[in-house]
Ligand binder design. Structure first.
Ligand SMILES: Cc1cc2nc3c(=O)[nH]c(=O)nc-3n(C[C@H](O)[C@H](O)[C@H](O)COP(=O)(O)OP(=O)(O)OC[C@H]3O[C@@H](n4cnc5c(N)ncnc54)[C@H](O)[C@@H]3O)c2cc1C
Length: 441
């Protein structure tokens, strides 16, 4: 047990409490404490990993990663990071089907948020690659849950369940075979939103990985750059790269210090950055998979550039056919002079059986803005009401402002989830500030 200050990635929420390891959890500790919340690497932006009225649990660090080459899966302890899994898998010629934009996410956090990656249109969310998971419940039972068995409802309630069903301690993750640790990349510029969406659709047909950077500044035309990529085969590689086709690259050590003033990110600086980024030379050809999938990891703690007051990320999803809503968001940002340098647009493929999972077929857009822009909150809330009306959703792992009414409209299976939670957590022990705000615990 240790004293721990848990902080969200957006730096907008924090709480100091005791943090125990998963092995220390027992019924005595449960009955002595008000509530508990499992935590991973703190990459969720809002209040989903904050429990201001209880204690925390982290998975005992064993860094277990065992790869079954024949059956193509890895067994990992839940504190292992996505990057650690990737590197262990690459060594043996494998790669996980779905990984997020940063490698500093734990397996437990990836399952609890049912994260998606650039491959969602083909591979689905992280939950689709989980073969089995182990969960410590509030009754201190360790359950082995699988997607298609008698206990599958607990499995699907835990996938995307935001840590509110118990502590995930281990999981078996499917792996895909790869020939190299490189990706053959194509990038194209789009002049406006309509072109950008068309290019993404086009790239989705050709590439396993697709993502678009959208310029949320200047004239807010929706211009941007679309990147697509497929795993490179040995025959795609230059002679030099063929010498070590499964080369492993470790994350960079550059650390952004916590010295930036809160005004550093403003429409002037973002306009300049976005102008230069839009004009940057396009990356076409072979690229190491780490650089392609986790570009932001070249600078650790980049959230510090927003200064002490931090940032908010608003990520939502809307169904195909509702593209005009994206224009509405661009207009709102323009009218309020919100320039964002990390606008990310992607299309989603099929959803899954999870009760609180975020992705469903359509578009997703993520917008970052300084948290000190509190004047924007009512406008974002209005957009959230519209998102709910058009059957869209706000991503829980990025959220700190969604209200119960809209949440209920967006996540229609939440009542079923709550029934399952009451079965698997009869002591109502697992709690987060977000869960309390949205009536989930
Ligand atoms: C730079 C950056 C890029 C990102 N890119 C993407 C992306 O491309 N796609 C995407 O989907 N997400 C993305 N995210 C969000 C991130 O993947 C999720 O927030 C993820 O859940 C964080 O995992 P974590 O280990 O940091 O967990 P934490 O932030 O510590 O916790 C997140 C949630 O998981 C629960 N949890 C954590 N560990 C466990 C466990 N062992 N058992 C049960 N519950 C647990 C917590 O209770 C909490 O509800 C990004 C985040 C950042 C900072």
């Amino acid at each position: 047990m240790r004293k721990h200050n848990q902080k969200s990635w957006g730096k907008t929420h924090s709480s100091t409490s005791l943090c125990y390891t998963s092995q220390e959890f027992n019924e005595k500790l449960r009955s002595k404490t008000k509530s508990g919340l499992p935590i991973g690497l703190g990459r969720s932006y809002g209040d989903s990993s904050i429990n201001s009225q209880g204690i925390y649990f982290e998975v005992e660090s064993s860094k277990k990663i065992e790869i079954n080459e024949e059956e193509m899966y890895a067994t990992c302890s839940a504190e292992v990071s996505i990057g650690e899994l990737e590197r262990a898998a690459i060594k043996r010629g494998f790669f996980p089907p779905a990984v997020p934009g940063t490698e500093f996410v734990s397996i437990g956090g990836a399952i609890a948020s049912n994260i998606h990656g650039k491959s969602h249109h083909i591979s689905g969310s992280f939950g689709a690659s989980v073969i089995e998971l182990e969960l410590i419940t509030s009754s201190n039972e360790t359950l082995k849950l699988t997607p298609n068995s008698v206990n599958s409802k607990y499995f699907w309630a835990t996938i995307g369940g935001m840590g509110l069903t118990g502590i995930i301690t281990q999981a078996k993750i499917k792996l895909n075979k790869i020939e190299s640790s490189y990706v053959v990349v194509e990038e194209k510029r789009a002049k406006n939103l309509e072109q950008l969406l068309d290019l993404v659709k086009d790239f989705d047909k050709k590439y396993l990985y697709t993502v678009a950077w959208i310029d949320l500044s200047g004239s807010y035309s929706g211009r941007g750059i679309v990147s697509g990529g497929n795993h490179a085969k040995i025959s795609d590689l230059s002679l030099k790269l063929r010498k070590d086709p499964l080369l492993i690259k470790n994350p960079g050590k550059l650390m952004i210090p916590d010295l930036f003033p809160t005004w550093f990110i403003n429409s002037f600086t973002v306009n300049i950055f976005n102008y230069c980024w839009f004009k940057k030379p396009l990356q076409n050809g072979q690229q190491h998979i780490r650089k392609f999938l986790h570009p932001l990891d070249s600078a650790r703690k980049w959230n510090n550039i927003y200064g002490k007051s931090g940032l908010i990320q608003f990520q939502f999803q809307i169904p195909f056919g509702e593209e005009k809503f994206l224009r509405k968001v661009l207009n709102m940002l323009q009218e309020n002079k919100v320039a964002s340098f990390l606008g990310v647009l992607k299309s989603f493929g099929h959803g899954d059986q999870s009760f609180l999972g975020f992705p469903q077929p359509g578009w997703t857009l993520a917008v970052d803005f300084p948290a000190k822009r509190t004047d924007l909150l009512p406008k974002i809330k209005t957009l959230m009401q519209e998102i709910a009306k058009i059957n869209g959703r706000v991503y829980l792992t990025k959220d700190s402002i969604l209200e119960v009414k809209e949440f209920n409209e967006m996540y229609k299976k939440n009542m079923e989830w709550k029934r399952i939670k009451s079965e698997i957590d009869p002591f109502k022990y697992w709690r987060s500030d977000q869960g309390a705000r949205l009536g989930l615990c």
